[in-house]
Design a binder for this molecule. Structure first.
Ligand code: MF3
Ligand code: CO
Ligand code: CO
Length: 253
């Protein structure tokens, strides 16, 4: 059961495509900046400038008091890392950049994990596995499939590769609201959970850990880190359920 899940009209899906495309374009724009010596505040400030210049608004800024325009999550940071002048990217780091522009009232939510310089072998494997987890989660999306099918596809692959799936943060319905029904866990059981219908829109955003799946939130009340301080990676797309499968909304058009 749970709250009703909104089905978007064709017109609304077109707005979601525009917002999603902008999110993808923003990540492409930021990608070349992600180099040793750059601070996460510099990445944030460029994201904010670019978003405004494209007629959009950065959803994270002020959201439940979040202080910056994007999330930047380095190494053991699982999600919700706060950009800072003190945070200088180092060779070998991995960093997730999560952006959510609002365009014409609709939200486009996407993130990628980038390598800073040359990754360690385990960092490379973790990031590659996490991207494949997102791909497998997306492939499970079609009418009459269940929410649990998505999580099962992700969990099976992540655990088979020797990694763990974060439980405390999930994908979410998204439209003119940042976080709404349904919740989309990145673990679960096939055939369980709510049934997918054409017009549903939600994110899939697996956070995959090198060690334990357990997380803790730091004193700043945002930064979520792995309990064992081992690495965590994440990729995110905003997805629409279509008549015959899915559409990735956060791709450049
Ligand atoms: N973009 C994040 C997500 O994928 C949410 C960030 S909320 C913030 O849902 F407040 F931390 F910015
Ligand atoms: Co999201
Ligand atoms: Co996001």
């Amino acid at each position: 059961m749970g709250e009703p899940i909104v089905l978007l009209s064709k017109r609304e899906l077109e707005k979601m495509r525009a917002a999603g495309s902008l999110a993808a374009e923003l990540l492409d724009h930021l990608a070349p900046m992600i180099q040793p010596g750059v601070t996460t505040l510099e990445i944030n400030d460029e994201a904010e400038r670019w978003t405004k210049a494209h007629g959009a608004v950065s959803a994270p800024l002020g959201y439940h008091g979040f202080p910056k325009s994007i999330c930047t999550s380095i190494n053991e940071v699982v999600c919700h890392g706060i950009p800072s002048k003190q945070q200088v990217l180092q060779d070998g780091d991995i960093i997730n950049v999560d952006v959510t522009p609002i365009l014409d009232g609709y939200y486009g939510d996407a993130s990628r994990t980038f390598f800073v310089g040359t990754p360690s072998p385990v960092a490379k494997k973790l990031v590659d596995v996490t991207e494949e987890c997102l791909r497998r989660g997306i492939e499970a999306v079609k009418p009459d499939a269940r929410i649990g099918d998505i999580g099962a596809a992700i969990q099976e692959y992540a655990e088979a590769e020797g990694f763990s799936v974060v439980r405390d943060f999930v994908g979410h319905g998204i439209n003119r609201i940042f976080h709404t029904e349904p919740q989309v866990p990145h673990y679960g059981t096939r055939g369980k959970g709510r049934r997918l219908r054409p017009g549903m829109v939600f994110t899939i955003e697996p956070m995959i850990n090198e060690g334990t799946w357990e997380v803790e939130v730091l004193e700043d009340e945002w930064t979520a880190v792995t309990l064992d301080r081992k690495l965590s990676a994440q990729f995110e797309h905003t997805i629409a359920v279509t008549e015959d499968g899915y559409e990735i909304l956060t791709l450049r058009r």
